[in-house]
Structures are given as C-alpha cells and as structure tokens.
Ligand binder design. Structure first.
Ligand code: PBG
Length: 309
C-alpha cells in the first residue's frame, strides 16, 4: 500500500481533523501518499432542522461510511462524539488519536460564566446534554436552539441572537478560535459528551493492512477512556435525541468514569460513577450505564422515546 484515501466531511473543522490524522499517518509511514476525499453529508445539507427530525447523529457519517464500504476511500476520520453507539456491520474503529480538551466552552460577550447570566438570558445550544445540565444548575436561563458549524454558531452569537453559547473547547482550539472562550467548564459543571475531544479513524473490518497502519497512530490512554465511555453509551443505547453524558479519566492504571442521563429541561438528572482498573474499562462503563438505568434512567429514556414517537 502506498496510497491512502481519507473520507471527510467538508466543514472547516472536519477538514482540519482529517488533515491532522493524515499528518500523523504520514509520519507513521513515510512515503505514504495521503489524500483527502471531501464528501457532503445530509447532516451538513440540512442545517436548520433539529438533528432528531432529520435522522439523528448518524447523518453526518453515513455518507463517509458508504464511501469506505464502496471502496471509494480507505478510511474515514470522525469526531468520536458523532459516532453512534453501534457501528454498521463491516466497519470498525481501530484507532483513536490522543484526546484534546474534552471540556465544553462557554462563549459570551457580556458574561464570564453561566453563573453570571441574569434571569431570562438566552443561552444557545442544540445539545440536549448541555441544555439539561445548564438548566439544572441555572433554571433562570432560557435555552434556545442553535445549529450550524462552529463559525456559523459564533456568527449567530455575534449577531446578538444569544447572550452566550456553549461549544466544544476542542473544536475552537483546532480552529484557532480559542480566544473566544470565556470559561472552560469543568466536568462538574458540564459533564462532557461521550468521545468529546477525540478523533477516531474508521475502516472496513476486513482491511487488515489498513488496520495495522491505523494501530500505529492509536493512543492507548485515549483508547481506554473511549472504550469505557462507549461501553456506557451502548448499555444506555444512547442517541443524540437524549441528554446523555459520559466521561472517563485515567490516572496511571486508575480509571474513573462518570455518566448521566437527564430530562431536557433539567428537572431530572440521574448520575452514576465507577472507579477501577484500566483493564476493566468496558465493564466499568457498562456498570455505570446499568446503574443509571436502574436509578431512573430507564424511565427517562422510555418517556423520551415516547415523546419522539
Ligand atoms: N456536535 C458537533 C461536533 N462534533 C464534534 C465537535 C467538536 C470536536 C470534538 O468533540 O472533538 C462538535 C462541535 C461542538 O460540539 O461544538
């Protein structure tokens, strides 16, 4: 193999991430000719509708997966946050790159943190997780729907449509827009999304040559954290139409994973956490998921599924 084709979405952030992965792969295999294959996805084309109405998270990645399965690309580079709990048959993610900042970022012209926002202030986010966690702590806020790529969302804030917005810190760091960040929210303030800040690489599960190449850029620590978070998500059967968070940290071999499921208006939040050895990552993630289900999460997920018909 001397040529590697990388399927990517066309947004600036997606292209940056694909190029970042391309650079790491080129370093791991000098002489490899890496090229990007930019594709349009339904999620990018229908930016004004709520994701849950146009088909959910999978929309951003289906076209990239189709291209790999059709042999039009060898790999696809994704934000792990955008990958559903279960991958389609025939595909796998053999590598994740070293995680960037997993935290949520608070951005505002007037306010330094969510706690400073007076009653009735408008916070922009279309993440049900961010909405739920902010409303739980600051019920006086009005949360308003906000979609579009990172640049579009910042432009809507600047146009005065919102008093503040929340975005992933990693996306802003990658786009060199981090001077816009007023506060990086701690996991206690805003428990991150499963996979946030992590770039993953997907390929065909029978493509052994590519899998071997990808393993050279895999980051072991990120892999362990991702495994724990995704195991929790799989147990909860998480989708993007549900407020779900899952965040794992590693200190040497000591793994800590925290998770939550909530009601979108913040009126209910169920949390659980486990600590254990890194070798037990998936079991710990699964245990957090099961504890959340038993402590009221199952009821919340059932009611949300009924609401969405
Ligand atoms: N929901 C879209 C999305 N998917 C991944 C990121 C950020 C990059 C990452 O998590 O690595 C973003 C933007 C955001 O949430 O602000």
């Amino acid at each position: 193999m001397n040529r590697l084709r990388i399927a990517t979405r066309r947004s600036k952030l997606a292209l940056w991430q694909a190029q970042f992965a391309a650079d790491q792969l080129s370093r791991a295999r000098p002489g490899l000719a890496v090229e990007l294959v930019p594709l349009s996805t339904r999620g990018d084309e229908f930016q004004s509708a709520p994701l849950s109405e146009i088909g959910g998270k999978g929309l951003f990645i289906k076209e990239l997966e189709r291209a790999i399965l059709a042999g039009e690309a060898d790999i696809a580079v994704h934000s792990m946050k955008d990958l559903p709990a279960h991958l389609p048959d025939g595909l796998r993610v053999p590598a994740v790159l070293a995680r960037h900042d997993p935290r949520d970022a608070f951005i505002s012209h007037q306010y330094a943190s969510p706690a400073d926002m007076p009653a009735g202030s408008v916070l922009g986010t279309s993440s049900l997780r961010r909405q739920c966690l902010m409303k739980q702590q600051y019920p006086q806020l009005t949360v308003r729907f906000l979609r579009g790529n990172v640049q579009t969302r910042l432009a809507k804030l600047d146009a005065g449509e919102y008093d503040a917005i929340i975005l992933a810190a990693s996306g802003l760091d990658r786009m060199d827009l981090n001077e816009r960040i007023r506060r990086r929210l701690s996991p206690e303030e805003s428990l991150p999304s499963v996979g946030q800040g992590t770039i993953g690489i997907e390929c065909r599960e029978d493509d052994h040559e590519i899998i071997e190449l990808l393993q050279a850029v895999n980051d072991a620590e990120t892999w362990t954290r991702t495994s724990a978070e995704r195991a929790m998500n799989a147990t909860l059967e998480g989708s993007c139409s549900v407020p779900i968070a899952g965040y794992a940290e590693l200190d040497g071999q000591a793994l800590r994973i925290r998770g939550m499921v909530g009601w979108p208006d913040g009126s209910q939040v169920v949390r659980a956490e486990r600590q254990g050895d890194a070798s037990e990552a998936t079991a710990l993630g699964d245990a957090v998921g099961r504890e959340i289900l038993a402590a009221g999460g199952r009821e919340i997920l059932k009611r949300l599924a009924e609401d969405h018909g």
